[in-house]
Design a protein around this ligand. Structure first.
Ligand SMILES: Nc1ncnc2c1ncn2[C@@H]1O[C@H](COP(=O)(O)OP(=O)(O)OP(=O)(O)O)[C@@H](O)[C@H]1O
Ligand SMILES: [Mg+2]
Length: 252
């Protein structure tokens, strides 16, 4: 049941910018929720593109093990930019990918729009949506066919803090109801710790793994859990953010 992703010595570079990923190796077990955090331009989106098969590694491989016949059948992604089709309504953008043989499409789209808080905007076109609304439509589209592997590239980066927390709650509810293998890129460490069972910390380019933090907490999580705070400090250290000691009387 489900799909396991196995990254074996994956390296990738581009002309003009040199190596981007360097010997990336990790196994993401079927049904686990993993976050990738790392500096900007270190190669996170590139990694998701490699998983999707939109790009090929220069060395190494990504293996899919499990039910899925091929990666195109099992993966869905919410891209960093929402990539909605401008000539389709929100409803039709979400429905675009739905397998028409899978029963009640109208009911499924309605449930997805309710979930991401866009029911009122079902007939709106992308040009009238805010950045955050477009991201939510993109998330609904990614969830539409209940993928085996869900890839999320900073899915809530354009959303205000409160909505973001509500969407994180919704994402976890979806995950608890159907724990698909999930890989989420985020710059928000609290978000990673609130949602993930494992946080993979990447270096600057060429990205390699500097730390893997296991988050041993069940769902739903308490955002004020002190254990999460100590893990946050560890992740910050991994990212090279050094905690400054408080100094009295330093004039600042
Ligand atoms: N098709 C491409 N051709 C050339 N360079 C590319 C291509 N795709 C990505 N890059 C470069 O690879 C590097 C990594 O890009 P990537 O989008 O993976 O970064 P990222 O970690 O997702 O960054 P961010 O956090 O800002 O989204 C960047 O320097 C980018 O310019
Ligand atoms: Mg990116």
């Amino acid at each position: 049941m489900g799909t396991t992703l196995i990254f074996e010595h994956v390296s990738k570079g581009f002309p003009g910018c040199g190596p981007v990923l360097d010997n990336f190796g990790v196994t993401v077990p079927s049904g686990s929720f993993v976050s990738l955090v790392g500096p900007t331009a270190c190669g996170k989106s590139t990694l998701l593109r490699l998983i999707l098969g939109l790009d090929q590694p220069d060395a190494g491989q990504i293996r899919f093990e499990g039910d899925g016949a091929g990666r195109a059948d099992v993966c869905a992604i919410a891209f960093q930019e929402p990539r909605l089709l401008p000539w389709l309504t929100v409803h039709d953008n979400v429905g675009l990918v739905l397998d028409r043989r899978s029963g009640d499409c109208a009911g499924r789209i309605k449930a997805l729009l309710d979930l991401v808080g866009l029911a009122e905007f079902r007939d709106a076109f992308p040009k009238v949506l805010s950045g955050g609304m477009a991201q939510r439509a993109s998330l609904a589209r990614a969830l539409a066919n209940e993928p085996d592997v869900l890839l999320l590239d900073e899915p809530f980066s354009a959303v205000d803090a409160l909505t973001r927390m509500r969407l994180q709650d919704a994402l976890i509810r979806i995950y608890m109801a159907r724990p698909q293998t999930t890989i989420m890129v985020t710059h928000d460490i609290d978000e990673a710790l609130f949602t993930s069972q494992q946080v993979i910390v990447l270096s600057t380019r060429p990205a390699h793994i500097v730390d893997i933090v296991d988050v041993k907490a069940g769902y739903p999580r308490d955002r004020t859990d002190s254990n999460l705070f100590s893990m946050k400090a560890r992740i910050l250290r991994g990212l090279g953010v050094v905690a400054l000691d408080h100094q009295d009387g330093d004039g600042i």
